[in-house]
Design a protein around this ligand. Structure first.
Ligand code: CA
Ligand code: CA
Length: 486
């Protein structure tokens, strides 16, 4: 059933919206968010079967969100923002596999962007596409839509992954010389050029067509958008050229970290020279300008949902597949366990979701189970994450009862880390260890386990941290959720 038509007087429309919000709020408050397994498909887009729109940006750091006014006014001001949202393997392909399956990368076995560690071919050949958030919702009668980057290595293929009713998958590694790019459109390969249409605008148009087609369809929908922005080369729309030309690169205390003697050797010997700092500033400004395409898309999608009377029954979620270093600890890019790389923006608005900022630890592992709960579908037993729907209320579980720590893992270079509410503890494959007390050292300048100092201070006791990390290292499903609360 759709919302009351716009032809009716205003009052029924408003009351229907308020009623939906009250019903959902009551369901949330009662802890009842799972409707019966079998839902009559003629009764659709009800509060129990809402629409879901997800925007997964590429390499968006939390600081750059401040350059996105539509995101701020239409999602952050209207919804719940997670101040402590993280990815558990800070690299594109592993993180994207986790978003789709709700598992740590030691369980997806997608631990890199290319074979043998990971990539699209491995994701497919392991059979992982057969059970994702898309197939769960598709099997429950949702109309599903995907547009944008899928996984590294997805190229020259007419293959459409399971579970997606409409598919616009980005092919290849970004753009060819001359600005050409290709999409797999429901099995057909189509070519475009940046001169004619910027890829974010193209994805936006495809999504708006889909949203408009849903009106009167009678079924709820799930749209998953994965724009390339702001990932390098961060193409800027002509209308945004030159924006942010006055903005200088933020320099936190860890920028070009002065004393690296506390860091493991792999990090310690990094250098940032004057030219690199200058080009980082240029990249930073270019990324902010490229993000305006995503910001405009947020506004346009919300307008399309409103125009088609679907906004009140739609959850909109924005996240990133990993963070980004702009010279912090002399690093560029991502992949280490320091904050700038694992921390992501995460915001959700929708029916019954209060405008608030939440400090609980939430993960990319939690995305798929959250969407499943919002849609009222059952989860397969392999999921490691947990739905953060209980945090979308004013009355929340206590922070430390929710999650006290989680695993960060990475293969190249190889480390496992534990990020708790107040510490980062890293174990490298060569047995070097790092420990940062985030309450006194939020910029991770002083590794408390540095053993190379001439007269090292007494080391803190890491028994508890090491034990929690050991419990998480090879965990599965319930074991992970149990080991994350100590
Ligand atoms: Ca990425
Ligand atoms: Ca230092």
């Amino acid at each position: 059933m759709r919302h009351a038509g716009t032809g009716a007087s205003l009052r029924p429309v408003r009351w229907s919206g308020i009623l939906r919000a009250l019903v959902l709020a009551a369901l949330l408050a009662a802890g009842v968010t799972t409707p019966p397994d079998k839902v009559d498909e003629s009764v659709a887009q009800t509060p129990e079967r809402p629409n879901i729109v997800f925007i997964l940006t590429d390499d968006l750091d939390t600081e750059s969100v401040s350059a996105m006014p539509e995101l701020e006014s239409k999602l952050i001001d209207e919804g719940t923002t997670f101040n402590n949202a993280f990815v558990t393997d800070p690299l594109c392909c592993p993180s994207r596999a986790t978003f789709l399956r709700g598992q740590y990368s030691h369980n997806t076995r997608i631990a890199g962007n290319s074979p043998p560690e990971g990539g699209f071919g491995k994701f497919r050949s392991l059979g992982l596409e057969r059970s994702t958030v898309a197939t769960w919702l598709d099997d429950a009668g949702y109309d599903t839509f995907y547009a944008g980057k899928y996984m590294n290595g997805y190229d020259d293929t007419t293959h459409v992954p399971d579970g997606w009713d409409r598919w616009y998958g980005w092919l290849g590694q970004y753009y060819s010389p001359g600005g050409e790019y290709r999409l797999n459109e429901n099995g057909d390969i189509k070519r475009y050029n940046l001169d004619r249409v910027h890829d974010t605008d193209l994805l936006k148009d495809k999504t708006i067509d889909f949203i408009r087609d849903q009106r009167g369809d009678g079924r709820p929908f799930f749209a998953y958008l994965a724009p390339n922005a702001p990932h390098t080369p961060a193409y800027v729309l002509a209308r945004h050229e030159g924006m942010f030309s006055d903005r200088s690169l933020p320099r936190s205390p860890s920028f070009n970290e002065k004393d690296m003697s506390d860091k493991p050797e792999i990090v310690r010997n990094l250098q940032l020279d004057h030219d690199e700092v200058k080009s980082l500033g240029d990249l930073y400004r270019k990324r902010l300008a490229s993000l305006q395409s995503v910001d405009g898309m947020i506004g346009a999608l919300i307008a399309a949902l409103r125009d088609t009377n679907q906004l009140e029954n739609t959850y909109i979620i924005l996240a990133s597949d990993n963070g980004y270093y702009f010279g912090e600890h002399r690093r560029i890019d991502k992949s280490l366990a320091y904050e700038e790389s694992i921390r992501i923006p995460l915001v959700i608005r929708g029916p019954g979701v209060p405008a608030q900022k939440v400090n609980h630890l939430v993960l990319n592992n939690d995305f798929a189970p959250t969407v499943a709960q919002l849609a009222g579908v059952d989860l397969p037993g392999f999921v490691d994450g947990k739905s953060f729907v209980p945090l979308l209320r004013t009355e929340k579980p206590p922070l430390k009862a929710w999650r006290t720590g989680f695993l960060v893992e990475h293969v190249t270079p190889t480390y496992q880390a534990l990020r708790t509410n107040d510490h980062t503890y890293v174990e490298w494959s060569n047995e070097v260890k790092e420990l940062y007390d985030l309450e006194v050292d939020p910029y991770q300048l002083h590794n408390l386990l540095n053993s190379d100092l001439p007269n090292p201070p007494p080391k803190p006791d890491t028994t508890g941290l090491a034990a929690q990390l050991a419990a998480l290292r090879d965990c599965r499903a319930d074991q992970c959720r149990a080991a994350e609360v100590q």
